[in-house]
Design a protein around this ligand. Structure first.
Ligand SMILES: Cc1cc2nc3c(=O)[nH]c(=O)nc-3n(C[C@H](O)[C@H](O)[C@H](O)COP(=O)(O)OP(=O)(O)OC[C@H]3O[C@@H](n4cnc5c(N)ncnc54)[C@H](O)[C@@H]3O)c2cc1C
Ligand code: FES
Length: 265
């Protein structure tokens, strides 16, 4: 873990309330793994006080990209940063997706909902480098929620798109698109990031089809590195349920470890 108080922003792109920021951070870029995240300070003032967790979207040489949706004060302030400004960050943090050599030659499904696509672009690249065959499923509410589709297409990734309102691609939820595709596709493993309800549905499909799966969970985080207990959630460990720190033990977990919110009701 490194603290980088002055990482220079080298490029920025926006699509509505979605924002892509690239910044230089040599030591972080050298160590980052897909599924890991940074804690970014939204402003130089004391408000808001807490850093915000944002996934590592891509790594290129000595720079990193993040992709986020402006949903509240912290992400809105981050979205107001411009090329030439500096980011105050800590990272890389957490444990990412498992990249094993056994995935070589295997087809894998990578499923992202809305801003949940953020860590999956980096994962797709590493899967390809490993010799696996990633198929990307990318869904959003409308065409405006899937702006990264071109980025995947330009790099020749196999990508299936969905929008809830049918404004682009398959009309319906990305979970329905994925389920439908299983008639002709048998992934060896599923990797997912997105809204909790979407991931819970994917977990159910993975369980029913006996496919191993990994999920990147979100939690409200105070520190991002195990010090505050702000991010705890009950997880299944060797048939016991245990409070676990999402920032330190995750944010990526195996499907069978996760107790979905619905299950707790
Ligand atoms: C490991 C991890 C990786 C993430 N990666 C991304 C990403 O790549 N792109 C992206 O758009 N979003 C990502 N998020 C979600 C992002 O952190 C929240 O949207 C953001 O913190 C909201 O802060 P805010 O100030 O804009 O909103 P507010 O609602 O004003 O935030 C208020 C407080 O709640 C916390 N908070 C609110 N919602 C969340 C949430 N869903 N997750 C965590 N903390 C929250 C904030 O840290 C803050 O302390 C990630 C979350 C986690 C845990
Ligand atoms: S965010 Fe502080 S312990 Fe996880």
């Amino acid at each position: 873990m490194h603290k980088e108080p002055k990482a220079p922003i080298i490029h920025k792109k926006t699509w509505g309330d979605y924002c892509l920021l690239g910044f230089q951070a040599e030591r972080l870029a050298a160590e980052a793994q897909p599924g890991q995240f940074i804690m970014a300070r939204p402003s130089d003032s004391l408000h808001p006080l807490l850093r915000r967790p944002i996934s590592i979207h891509s790594v290129l040489d000595d720079s990193i990209e993040i992709y986020f949706q402006q949903t509240g004060i912290g992400t809105t302030l981050l979205g107001q940063k411009e090329k030439g400004d500096f980011l105050d960050i800590i990272g890389p943090l957490g444990k990412g997706f498992h990249l094993e050599s056994s995935l070589q030659g295997k087809s894998v499904a990578i499923i992202g909902g809305g801003r949940g696509i953020a860590p999956l672009y980096f994962l797709a690249h590493r899967m390809r480098n490993l010799g696996a065959f990633p198929r990307i499923y990318y869904g959003g509410r409308t065409i405006n929620d899937i702006p990264l589709r071109q980025k995947f297409e330009e790099e020749d990734f196999e990508i299936l798109l969905s929008t809830d309102d049918g404004s682009f691609g398959f009309k319906g939820l990305v979970t329905a698109l994925f389920q439908k595709s299983l008639q002709e596709f048998s992934p060896f493993r599923i990797f997912t990031c997105g809204p909790e309800a979407m991931m819970a549905k994917i977990a159910q499909i993975a369980h029913d089809k006996d496919i191993s799966s990994e999920f990147s969970l979100e939690a409200i985080m105070g520190c991002g590195f195990g010090a505050c207990w702000g991010c705890v959630r009950k997880l299944r460990k060797e048939n016991e349920e245990e409070w676990s720190k999402i920032c330190e033990e995750g944010p990526v977990f195996q499907g069978d470890q996760i107790i979905w919110e619905k299950e707790e009701l």
